[in-house]
Design a protein around this ligand. Structure first.
Ligand code: PEP
Ligand code: MN
Length: 420
């Protein structure tokens, strides 16, 4: 299987999960895919290589990865203020981590492409009426009507336009914050014993889950300079917990692109599954190519993570180990809201750092759902959000995000533990 020829469309011969199959007009979809393949690249191959190199230094223990943003970007929540709020928060957290860890922080947004969602059920029932589930603004609409829930390919073009606008805002932000970012860089290199080769101080990189493979394929191009295939929709892409089957289309697509990639690792993953996925996804053992993102839950991580870390340490090929303390800690509040208690999130983060230290692995990465807005989606925090606060500013289009206050608290907890 591993030796089969890869092409940007070879995933089409594999079993596929979580991709919409109910477009009423497949021809209209094909036209949109064709249109997307002619749109300009959102990111360059050169920037993507720079991120891969930077992640290579995270794998060596010389830098830290901070990855965060919305669970799902949306048309409604898009505004320059919201984008800037998320970027500002990412930088503030990076300051705390750089200062404490004495290592440069590689900053990656869940931004400019994080729309499509895998859902636990393909349908949703309310008051005896069953409709297709909401799957993200680039597929269908959130309102509970058949018209809105029917996939519309035009949404892919609207989403692409928003990604392009978001990239412009990201690049403008980087320009304006140039001085701050360089100061951060100097702090990061202030510890000569941990001196890392200079990380590009200017960049905030982009990432999303590579769920809609037709869309990723359309934006994947051959890079003339290196002869490699690059997915130009984002610098980094990841494989979700629900689409990491060894023989599935998602693993097939991701094995062929040169971008750095993430792999979510949930509580059912065994060391053997992981080693086989590493064989397929990073056969040449390139440092920075593969980031393993554990998402177990505060109550499961101590049981599940050590064996996976021990396996990668014994194996010896370079990986970045990261924690996503969000997705294993979701629960339903008494009033029906889907939420996450900050206490559990912090508990998973602490376990992650402790387990990594015990296994002799660098606790290199932190993957979060968060927003710069003052939302009330996760419980707890120093300005405590209680169950009855949840309805006040619950704006997420999918999973509950940390607000700025909660995210900064998390950054300081991480900083404290990295210093210890
Ligand atoms: C996500 O990151 O939004 C997500 C769906 O995560 P996972 O694949 O880990 O469940
Ligand atoms: Mn999510």
């Amino acid at each position: 299987m591993m030796n089969r020829n890869w092409t940007p469309r070879s995933w089409r011969d594999r079993p596929l999960k979580h991709m919409p199959t109910d477009y009423p007009n497949p021809r209209a979809l094909a036209r949109v895919e064709e249109e997307l393949s002619r749109r300009p690249s959102l990111v360059s191959a050169e920037e993507t290589r720079r991120l891969r190199d930077a992640l290579g230094r995270v794998a060596e223990g010389k830098a830290i990865l901070l990855q965060g943003g919305d669970c799902a970007e949306s048309f409604k929540e898009f505004s320059p203020d919201n984008i800037r709020g998320t970027l500002r928060l990412l930088l503030q957290m990076a300051v705390a981590l750089t200062f404490a860890g004495g290592r440069p922080v590689v900053r990656v947004g869940r931004i400019a492409g994080q729309f499509a969602k895998p859902r636990s059920s393909p349908v949703e029932t309310r008051d005896g009426i069953t409709l297709p589930a909401y799957r993200g603004d680039n597929i269908n609409g959130m309102a509970f009507t058949l018209a809105e829930r029917t996939p519309d390919p035009e949404r892919l073009l609207l989403a692409w336009r928003q990604c392009s606008d978001t990239m412009e805002l990201v690049r403008a932000f980087i320009q304006e914050r140039h001085a701050d970012l360089e100061a951060l860089q100097r702090w990061g290199s202030a510890h000569p014993e941990r001196q890392a080769p200079s990380l590009d101080p200017r960049n905030v990189y982009t990432s999303h889950e590579a769920l809609l493979l037709n869309v990723e394929e359309a934006q994947t191009h051959l890079d003339a300079a290196t002869g490699g295939w690059y997915d130009a929709s984002a610098h980094m892409l990841w494989i979700g917990e629900r689409t990491r089957q060894l023989d599935g289309g998602h693993v097939e697509f991701m094995r062929g692109i040169q971008n750095p990639i993430g792999l979510k690792c949930g509580p059912t993953m065994e060391p053997d599954d992981l080693l086989r996925l590493m064989d397929v996804l990073n056969p040449e053992a390139i440092a920075g190519k593969l980031t393993l993102i554990g998402r177990f839950g505060a109550d499961k991580i101590a049981d599940r993570l050590p064996r996976l870390m021990a396996a990668t340490r014994r194996d010896g090929r370079p990986v970045v180990w990261a924690t996503d303390p969000m997705h294993g800690n979701t629960l339903q509040a008494g009033n029906g809201y889907k939420t996450r208690p900050l206490d559990r999130i912090l508990s998973e983060v602490r376990h992650f750092i402790q387990i990594a230290s015990a296994e002799g692995v660098h606790p290199g990465g932190f993957h979060l759902e968060m927003t710069g807005q003052d939302v009330t989606e996760c419980l707890g925090g120093s300005r405590e959000v209680t169950e009855s606060d949840l309805p006040l500013r619950y704006h997420t289009h999918c999973d509950p995000r940390l607000n700025a206050d909660q995210a900064l608290q998390l950054a300081f907890v991480v900083a404290e533990h990295l210093r210890a």
